[in-house]
Design a protein around this ligand. Structure first.
Ligand code: BEZ
Ligand code: FE
Length: 301
């Protein structure tokens, strides 16, 4: 990469550059959709400000085009490199911050990620999401309420996570569906299920986003987590995860900036032979348990 000496630009050059920004902004003046007009004009101003700020070289611009082309080429129904790019740039978390303002103790949202699948099987309360995925069994339970503390019955709770090798089902070349499911809260808002104790894993880094992380000395590893998406009538949909208290990766840093203190939970390790909440026999294995109470904000706040 070329290095630049910060050469001051003269008034003529400055006027030329500013005139171009003004011309491009004005080219959107006739946009009839006011929101589209605002977005395009602001995008133009910020993009040009960036190019002028770093005095972008033509070679660098070509590299950027090649990079985005590679991001597009590797993207298909199973691999979403644009989501990864947005995630590692913190753009996903910033959009979440803008759209999920703190509201009266509602549970914090975090990044969605590329591994949600919308036809995961339904399990009964107390069911097991593993579907053959390997990992330490983990009992997960909690209650869904609104911000007035009223239990939310029938909330749809989608959960998904990686196996103990750090891979989601969709990352395997077969058509397995594992370590994901949905269930519904009962009439008291309560839910419970068997999942797997989360482990840290790298986001897919064998593509252009991985190259960018490597070139900038960044790790692709995410802090251990279990994904949730909770929907209920008249309440704001919550997309979040819970993180494992004590996971060293939380201190090292999460590659997509998803950790929030309020989402770090104790996953209490249980010795072999400790009776399970539902009497399930685990054949002398260790297991873990975690409680995650979920508070949903009203829709539209
Ligand atoms: C995930 O947690 O599944 C994820 C989030 C962002 C990028 C890659 C994976
Ligand atoms: Fe994940």
């Amino acid at each position: 990469m070329t290095t630049h000496t910060a050469e001051p630009i003269g008034p003529e050059q400055q006027a030329l550059e500013e005139d171009l920004v003004a011309a491009v902004v004005a080219s959107f003046d006739a946009t009839t959709d006011p929101r589209l007009k605002k977005v395009m004009q602001s995008l133009t101003r910020h993009l040009h400000a960036f190019i002028r700020d770093v005095r972008l070289t033509e070679a660098e611009w070509n590299t950027a085009i090649e990079f985005l082309t590679a991001v597009g080429r590797i993207t298909d129904e199973r691999r979403q490199e644009f989501v990864l790019l947005s995630d590692v740039l913190g753009a996903s978390m910033q959009t979440i911050a803008v759209n999920n303002r703190a509201h009266k103790g509602a549970t914090d949202a975090t990044v969605f990620g590329p591994f949600f699948v919308d036809n995961a099987p339904e399990i009964p309360l107390g069911g097991d999401i593993a579907g053959g995925a390997s990992g330490q069994p983990c009992w997960v339970e909690g209650i869904v309420t609104d911000t007035d503390g009223k239990p939310v019955a029938g909330a749809r709770i989608e959960v998904w996570e990686c196996d103990e090798d750090g891979f989601y089902d969709v990352q395997y070349d077969d058509d397995r569906m594992a370590a994901r499911a949905h269930l519904f809260s009962d009439e008291d808002g309560a839910y419970r299920f068997w999942g797997l104790t989360p482990v840290p894993y790298p986001i897919p880094h064998d593509g252009p986003v991985g190259k960018m992380l490597e070139a900038t000395g960044r790790s692709p590893v995410r802090a251990s987590h279990l994904h949730f998406m909770v929907t209920a009538e008249n309440l704001r949909t919550l997309v979040t995860h819970i993180f494992v208290d004590g996971d060293p990766q939380i201190e090292v840093g999460d590659s997509v900036f998803g950790v929030k203190d309020s989402l770090i939970k104790e996953f209490a390790q249980q010795a072999p032979g400790t009776p399970t909440p539902d009497g399930r026999e685990l054949g002398g294995r260790t297991w873990a348990r975690v409680r995650f109470d979920i508070t949903l904000a009203p829709a539209g706040v």
